[in-house]
Ligand binder design. Structure first.
Ligand code: B12
Length: 248
């Protein structure tokens, strides 16, 4: 079983705990959700499965995704930022989160008829796909057909996929300042091909200011916005009015 000990006890034991460094905070007052979040934080990809299955008896998959899985991963990000977590912990945590997401997706089921296609990807050179995995799950749950190109996707491949699948919307995720530069390139290539599809870009690296600096770009702050944005695109709303509606 892959588990990680919290560093909290070690810090406490040696009296280094003054700023609570390394101590995971509770992310929910709901005991069931908190337990799942703790499995994410501890990177326990075995313990999380029965916990999620149990939670799904009384809670919706979206409650579990938002209230426990994303909340737990946010706590992991915080522990990383304060220097308490390192790459191995973060990888185990994202594996555990993915097990939880897959179980929620299973329980959401798939509606028989798909509403429209959305092409999703994580930027070229970037393997940070956790945000994209959440976006995929939420779009699937809301009846969209997700053309999931995965992570580290070359600019040309995204453009080709859009030409081939003719989606109502395209999404991109970038967590690094070095990789987000792929987004304006994609937007320019799409426009050069006469394609005016809304291109929603999110991920820790990108800001509203950046994404709205190129045509087609709409900034996505939270993964939970993706289904609403896809509904707008499906209804025929153009990228410029979507930008006005979703961005400030
Ligand atoms: C997890 C993580 C990893 C994991 C990735 C696992 C995986 N499968 O994704 C691992 C350990 C592999 C990793 C590796 C690396 N990482 Co890293 N990593 C992180 C960490 C800790 C958390 C990121 C995360 O997943 N957050 C949680 C998710 C849910 O957030 P998110 O993707 O932003 O998504 C949210 C929103 O942005 C939005 N969203 C995202 N996409 C979309 C799309 C749409 C349509 C919408 C609507 C919304 C939306 O919705 C989500 C919330 O609801 C961050 C630190 C941090 N605090 O962010 C560093 C961080 C991103 N990593 C960083 C770096 C440098 C690296 C490495 C280069 C490190 C190294 N030296 O090897 C490597 C490799 C990188 C590569 N080539 O891609 C830097 C990037 C610095 C920068 N600004 O350029 C960060 C910021 C750490 C730091 N402070 O230095 N990392």
């Amino acid at each position: 079983m892959k588990t990680l000990q919290s560093y909290g006890n070690i810090f406490k034991r040696y009296d280094l705990d003054t700023e609570k460094a390394g101590v995971a905070r509770d992310v929910s007052t709901d005991a069931v959700l908190q337990e799942i979040a703790r499995f994410v934080v501890n990177g326990d990809d075995e313990g999380i499965l029965p916990a999620v299955q149990n939670a799904l008896k009384s809670k919706s998959p979206l409650e579990v995704i938002n209230g426990a899985l994303i909340a737990g991963m946010n706590e992991v990000s915080r522990l990383w930022d304060e220097g308490s977590y390192f790459l191995p912990q973060v990888i185990l945590s994202s594996d555990a989160m993915n097990v939880g997401i897959a179980e929620c997706e299973k329980s959401m089921g798939k509606s028989m008829e798909r509403k429209g296609k959305v092409v999703t990807h994580t930027a070229e050179g970037d393997i940070h796909d956790i945000g994209q995995v959440i976006v995929n799950a939420l779009l699937n749950a809301n009846g969209f057909e997700v053309i999931n190109l995965g992570a580290d996707v070359p600019v040309d491949k995204v453009v080709e996929a859009v030409k081939q699948h003719k989606p109502v919307m395209v999404t991109g995720t970038a967590l690094m300042t070095t990789t987000m530069t792929a987004f304006p390139k994609i937007a320019h290539q799409l426009q050069a091909a006469g394609i005016q599809v809304p291109f929603v870009c999110g991920g820790g690296a990108v800001s509203e200011e950046y994404v709205t600096s190129f045509e087609l770009g709409i900034w996505g702050k939270e993964a939970s916005q993706a289904p609403g944005m896809a509904e707008d695109a499906l209804a025929g709303e153009k990228w410029a009015s979507m930008r006005e509606k979703w961005n400030g």
